[in-house]
Design a binder for this molecule. Structure first.
Ligand SMILES: C[S@@+](CC[C@H](N)C(=O)[O-])C[C@H]1O[C@@H](n2cnc3c(N)ncnc32)[C@H](O)[C@@H]1O
Length: 287
């Protein structure tokens, strides 16, 4: 399956949610929210900006439509790049992945696509995937996602509400710390401005300190030095080793990916999913 086919499964569910709320107004609401998200992502480095609100089903649809396929594809490309230099990303036959800020599904879709492309070279039979996100609304799109999936990998998606800016929300959650791989895709830039009380940085340190030895951490973000330097400093404080580090690389989705899967939605909204980006990435390892 292509990433766009996987995204289409989620979008069809999200569209139903938005239509329940907005009826005949749904398409206009989604167009408005595509604009809300584009405007919001322009101000990520402003420490005083309000958090982006994903509570509206039209915002969630807009996010998945515009960003998930591209982000998923960038993750696949970085994982393949890592594999070429360092070997397998995940152990088999059972692997655990924790996707921090993974509610929209880019990260889980990427891991499934990566495993499907690797075939017998990286044989994972069962994938336990923790989707950790502050917005509960994302849960519905993923709880029965595995039912619609045609994949050799047996996926168990587990959604857990976790707000990294609120110590009480994460201090007692432990199970996700056992992951073999943690993904942080376009998440550090999203929450850095929420660190006024220090809980966000405390979360990163807890994660890095309590992860198991050998665990990998994949960071992908929009290229800005501000976010790269922040995560590099925390990773070093948390005792992580940097295995890969690249800044400001231009990425385009791979040629096998066809945005035409989403053509009905593209026509409706007169807009296209994101394709190219400048991004920075890291792979850290817990010693
Ligand atoms: C830009 S999206 C990134 C999603 C995905 N990883 C990707 O690459 O497309 C940021 C995600 O962070 C979540 N989020 C924002 N603030 C959060 C917080 N304080 N704690 C946990 N999740 C948060 C949002 O709900 C959203 O799903």
């Amino acid at each position: 399956m292509t990433i766009f086919e996987l995204v289409k499964i989620a979008l069809d569910e999200l569209y139903k949610d938005a239509a329940k709320e907005y009826g005949a107004e749904t398409d206009q609401k989604i167009i408005d929210q595509l604009d809300y998200l584009s405007q919001s992502y322009k101000g990520l480095s402003d420490p005083k900006r309000p958090p982006i609100d994903y509570g509206d089903p039209a915002v969630r649809f807009a996010y998945v439509f515009r960003y998930v396929a591209a982000h998923g594809d960038y993750i696949v490309q970085v994982l393949k790049y890592f594999r070429a230099e360092h070997g397998a990303v995940l152990p088999g036959p059972t692997a655990r992945v924790s996707c921090i800020g993974g509610g929209p599904g880019s990260d889980v879709i990427a891991i499934l696509k990566y495993l499907s492309d690797m075939g017998k070279h990286e044989k994972v039979e069962k994938l336990i995937c923790y989707l950790l996100d502050g917005e509960q609304g994302w849960a519905d799109a993923w709880t029965e996602f595995d039912e619609s999936l045609e994949s050799d990998v047996n996926l168990s998606p587990i959604f857990q509400k976790l707000d990294v800016s609120n110590f009480d929300s994460w201090q007692s959650q432990k199970k996700f710390l056992q992951a073999d791989l943690f993904t942080m895709s376009y998440f550090v830039s999203e929450v850095m401005s929420q660190d006024g009380g220090g809980d966000v940085s405390a979360f990163w340190l807890k994660l890095f300190e309590e992860a198991k030895p050998g665990a990998l951490f994949l960071y992908i973000d929009n290229g800005a030095d501000l976010f790269n330097e922040y995560i590099d400093t925390l990773a070093s404080k948390g005792g992580l080793k940097t295995l890969m580090s690249k800044n400001n690389r231009r990425f385009t989705p791979s040629f096998t990916e066809q945005a035409s899967e989403l053509s009905a939605y593209r026509k409706k909204f007169g807009q296209n999913p994101k394709l190219q980006a400048q991004l920075s990435f890291r792979v850290f390892e817990k010693a």
